[in-house]
Design a binder for this molecule. Structure first.
Ligand code: NAD
Length: 450
């Protein structure tokens, strides 16, 4: 999927995107110098005792890009291809996302370089806890707040929360529940956080459809990645009467011209998760590993194809929701869609962007399209600070206000749409312009001292 870190440096893409927007808007050179660097970069090497009694060393990262708008905020990724450049890129995208949506957070990201499918449940817990311990005060509820990303979930957030709390003085613990977001509901999570990113993607697609007088009923789309973001996006496209005609995940690339039902596909994967839970209870971790990753493969009606055929699927909308570097110089020429709605972070590289622009394929860029996750993370953080529990209907309506808004109170989407017109640029550049304008204003108001 994503090229190995040695072949592809995603941070170079960020630099190109950033520089393009900075030129277009005439960003103040001092602010440009500040934002073109990350604030801090932490690398931790830490030991974990594995099930067989051997000690294995792991390498983890936390990169804090900028905190001028508020505490650092961003997810943790567990994946064999995590490296410092990927984490830098993901951290800076978080800064722009919060700025676009006027969320009082800065940008950070972290991760550990390993494949979670190759470790047991118990080992996963130990890795998560030792990483938290190794990070120490690099994270904190008012300073830097992690969340889930690829291969991390609410369970892992609960372990991180628990470990962090145990590292605090007893009387401080109750005040630190907001050290991570994306927690299980019972452990202080927010209703609606699980669907938040997919919901935000669909709100953006709805607004795009309205703007373009495009009827989603009977439209077709395909999704790359059927995890948190991909599956929720598909589930929430269903009530619009849109048909999912292809889907890919770690188990392969598949087409389904008659349409696959997202709810049935999710149920198919839930069944695999339950089977693995049973094996885990029976302490048969070897059997779990032999089964491989949970995925869509084997679902009736899916026809396996190669990746090039998958990416060339004819449809109205493509939702990349897996990893970076998918829409490139080569693949952008083969896309057969009207709209790319980026659920994933960094699925399109700058060469791919230029080709999509020249082919008049619309793009709702990642830093806008998938920002529902950080928006609802902010709501979770607020609820924890105020000891409140909001209704799911309140969470999603507040999310829509932030990510789309209306003419009276524009949200991220409308701000980016207006900036694209004002500067006559593609939407990614416009999204950067919206973020950079806000950050530039704050730096100018506050100044640099001493
Ligand atoms: P996830 O771990 O829940 O799902 C990842 C999906 O990608 C899985 O279906 C997996 O099988 C698939 N995948 C892995 N390797 C693949 C390959 N080689 N080919 C095709 N598919 C492959 O992760 P997620 O949280 O859904 O994150 C997906 C993307 O969305 C990432 O880019 C992430 O940074 C971004 N994102 C996530 C959130 C969030 O709230 N979870 C928020 C914003 C952005």
């Amino acid at each position: 999927m994503a090229s190995s870190p040695k072949e592809y440096n995603v941070y170079k893409s960020v630099e190109r995107q950033f520089n393009k927007a900075a030129e277009k808007m005439g960003l103040d050179p001092d602010v440009r110098a500040i934002l073109s660097k990350t604030n801090t970069e932490t690398v931790v090497n830490f030991p974990v005792e594995m099930d067989n009694g051997e000690v294995r060393m792991f390498t983890g990262y936390r990169v804090q890009h900028n905190n001028v708008l508020g505490p650092y905020k961003g997810g943790l990724r567990f994946h064999p291809e995590v490296d410092i450049n990927e984490v830098r890129a993901l951290a800076s995208w978080m800064t722009w996302k919060s700025a676009i949506n006027e969320i009082p957070f800065g940008g950070a990201k972290g991760g550990i370089t390993f494949d979670p499918a190759e470790v047991s449940f118990r080992e996963l817990e130990h890795i998560s806890r030792r990483f938290t311990y190794a990070l120490g005060n690099v994270i904190g509820p008012e300073y830097d707040i992690p969340a889930p990303d690829v291969n991390t979930n609410a369970q892992i957030m609960a372990w991180i929360l628990d470990t962090y709390l145990l590292m605090q003085p007893t009387h401080e613990r109750a005040r630190c529940m907001h050290v991570v977001t994306g927690k299980p509901i019972e452990s202080g999570g927010s209703l609606g956080r699980d669907r938040a990113t997919g919901q935000g993607v669909v709100y953006c697609i709805e607004q795009w459809a309205t703007d373009n007088k495009f009827d989603l009923k009977g439209s077709t789309y395909f999704v790359q990645g059927f995890g948190n973001v991909g599956s929720w996006t598909a589930k929430l496209m269903k009530p619009h009467g849109a048909k999912m005609v292809a889907v890919a995940d770690a188990t392969g690339n598949f087409v389904c011209p008659d349409g696959a039902d997202p709810d049935e596909l999710i149920a198919y994967m839930d069944k695999q998760a339950r089977e693995r839970d049973e094996l885990r209870k029976a302490r048969q971790e070897d059997k779990i590993r032999a089964l491989g990753p949970i995925g869509v493969k084997g679902y009736p009606g899916l026809k396996e194809v190669d990746k090039a055929t998958f990416l060339a699927t004819k449809a109205d909308i493509f939702v990349p929701a897996a990893l970076e570097n998918q829409i490139t110089n080569e693949t952008a020429k083969t896309l057969n869609v009207r709209l790319v709605a980026e659920g994933a972070n960094g699925p399109t590289d700058p060469d791919g962007d230029e080709i999509l622009w020249s082919r008049k394929i619309d793009v709702i860029p990642d830093i806008l399209c998938n920002s529902g996750g950080v928006i609802v993370s902010y709501f979770e953080w607020l609820q924890n600070k105020r000891s409140e529990y909001w209704k799911v209907s309140d969470v999603v309506s507040k999310l829509k206000e932030k990510i789309v808004g209306d003419e009276q109170q524009p949200g991220g989407y409308l701000r980016v749409r207006d900036a694209a017109k004002e500067f006559n640029v593609d939407w990614r550049t416009a999204a950067y312009v919206v973020a950079l304008r806000r950050l530039e204003k704050v730096y100018k108001e506050r100044g640099i001292w001493p």
